[in-house]
Ligand binder design. Structure first.
Ligand code: VG1
Ligand code: CO
Length: 545
């Protein structure tokens, strides 16, 4: 019999979950008791899990293996009845969500810092998901944080590590551990939603070619199995398909700056028809046509407008939810379809209630995230399959699909400018300063633009009525253009300031313009309003998406 040990510990003051769980440098997580304290704080703030099932897995980044064993032993010591864990401790975020739902688990622990770099000097993260498969809402994360500030002991089983490299059933104290294939359940769900025979014949006929960049992150095995093995895409369709603990030294963030190899391929003369990439934990996606980039905001709108063509969504969609900084392109589709549209704060945890209540079917964020009610997380490979299925139905190129959409709905020209690792005090002051000027800014003109309203976004959840304040500074102009300023809640170094810029262009003749060019005036106004470059000493953004 393995003994349950109660270990004395002292609290850490910095275990406040951000936009998506607790993210810190690996070196912080390696501090004695740091991970254990947070895991015990999660368990202490939950009720009624004795004998229940917990799902555990992560994106395979450095420290994933160490953390999984610790969590298994702590789950056993705290009274869980069963843990489902992905083989080698791996699960993509959407697969974890799928498995929690499918097996009616009590919840899940996902180990990931998503798009943040990995390795011994990189980032690590831990996130708790509730029984609906989605990220724990704020009332849970707040309770975990409060608990972490006072915790003084944690419980752990004194036992040998079990072998996670082979599928099978093991016991850890009184708890059953099932090591499962990370891909099977997820692949089955995808097959229910999309027309696999049609996609297969598209590859077989040679009428369609694609490149999928897994960025040496968790989606590699999922994409290889589904695209190459099940759908018959030629071997080599998936590039960088082997997950590595440091993602090969890169940022596993699927955008034009970091998915370099894919972007070069898609800009080349012999570019395939379709390009896609996903992030560290598999929940984000970027989609590209031949020499053509689809903004995530447009992607959400186009998926919604075409959902009726897709097997799993033929019955219709009930509504579309988008995060506040995401462009209003999706709202236009919702309006035309006569369905609900919602504007939520940033982070997937705000979509869960709406999805559970059947108020919306599709959700999306400007940060390369789209998803639906099939799970309670954003889902990278799902979005890619959705796009492939649209292409299979419409027999058009990505560019044709997007430009036709603009022609019909107008184009919400959009861009996000990120300033990484800004001094946290400087960043905080910039936001505070904007916040103090809301009244004086109203009615203020800048050339052709006039400010109609300035505020700090606040959200009341339509289902449980919980209120989330201070979710981003909005500068709204009379012509519908917007500038949003927000501080990131996922970074681990200084502050990341995000500026979101949006302008509506109804005129077809002007729609094919470069976004930075179209938004040039708003970019200048953002600097005039915030003084960000001047105050941070930067000449421009770290990343433009
Ligand atoms: C960022 C994105 C947000 C996303 C979050 C988690 O948050 O902006 O849209 O939900 O990352 O995604 P922030 O607070 O840094 O802006 V992931 O793929 O990192 O789990
Ligand atoms: Co992610």
């Amino acid at each position: 019999m393995s003994a349950i040990k109660t270990i004395s510990s002292t609290p850490f003051s910095d275990q406040k979950p951000g936009t998506s769980g607790l993210r810190k440098k690996v070196t912080v997580f390696q501090r004695e008791h740091y991970l254990e304290n947070f895991v015990q704080s999660i368990f202490d703030s939950l009720e009624g899990f004795t004998g229940e099932t917990l799902v555990v897995g992560g994106d395979g980044r450095y420290y994933n293996d160490v953390a999984v064993h610790t969590i298994l032993k702590m789950a056993a010591a705290n009274g869980f009845g069963r843990v489902l864990v992905g083989q080698s401790g791996l699960l993509s975020t959407p697969a974890a969500s799928c498995i929690i739902r499918k097996y009616n688990a009590f919840g899940g622990i996902i180990l990931s810092a998503s798009h943040n770099p990995g390795g011994p000097d990189g980032d690590f993260g831990i996130k708790y998901n509730i029984g609906n498969g989605g990220p724990a809402p704020e009332k849970y994360t707040e309770a975990m944080f409060q608990r972490s500030k006072e915790i003084n002991t944690y419980k752990i089983l004194d036992a040998e590590n079990i072998d996670l490299n082979a599928q099978g059933r093991y016991t850890l104290g009184d708890m059953l551990v099932e090591v499962i294939d990370p891909v099977t359940d997820y692949a089955e769900l995808m097959e229910e939603l999309f027309d696999f025979p049609k996609l297969k014949s598209m590859f077989r006929s040679g009428s369609f070619s694609m490149c999928f960049d897994a960025m040496h992150a968790i989606t590699g095995p999922y994409a290889k199995q589904i695209l190459e093995e099940q759908l018959g895409a030629p071997e080599g369709t998936v590039i960088n398909g082997v997950p590595l603990p440091d993602f090969g030294g890169g940022h596993p963030d699927p955008n034009l700056a970091y998915a370099k190899e894919l972007v070069e391929t898609m800009n080349g003369i012999s570019a395939p028809d379709f390009g896609a990439a996903s992030d560290g934990d598999g929940d984000r996606n970027m989609v590209l046509g031949k020499r053509f980039f689809v903004t995530p905001s447009d992607s959400l709108a186009i998926m919604a407008a075409n959902a009726h063509r897709i097997k799993g969504y033929k019955k219709g969609i009930t509504g579309i939810a988008r995060s506040m900084p995401t462009s209003a392109a999706a709202d236009r589709v919702a309006e035309r379809l006569g369905i609900n549209s919602f504007e939520t704060p940033t982070g997937w945890k705000f979509f869960g209630n709406l999805l559970d209540a059947g108020q919306c079917t599709l959700c999306g964020e400007e940060s390369f995230g789209t998803g639906s009610d099939h799970v309670r997380e954003k889902d990278g490979l799902w979005a890619v399959l959705f796009w492939m299925n649209i292409i299979a139905e419409r027999h058009q190129s990505v560019e044709e699909i997007v430009t036709e959409h603009w022609k019909s709905y107008g184009r919400n020209v959009y861009s996000r400018h990120d300033y990484d690792a800004v001094d946290a005090t400087v960043a905080g002051d910039i936001i505070d300063n904007l916040r103090s000027r809301f009244v004086s800014l109203m009615g203020h003109g800048f050339g052709a633009y006039c400010i109609e309203k300035a505020d700090d976004f606040s959200y009341t959840d339509p289902i449980d009525k919980s209120v989330s304040k201070n979710q981003g500074i909005r500068i709204l102009f009379t012509d519908g253009s917007r500038i949003i300023f927000r501080l990131s809640g996922t970074g681990t170094e200084g502050a990341t300031v995000r500026i979101y810029l949006e302008k509506f262009e109804p005129n077809e003749a002007l729609q094919n313009i470069d976004a930075q060019e179209a938004l040039a005036d708003l970019i200048d106004i953002a600097e005039e309003l915030s003084g960000l470059k001047a105050k941070s000493g930067r000449s421009g953004p770290t990343v433009i998406t």
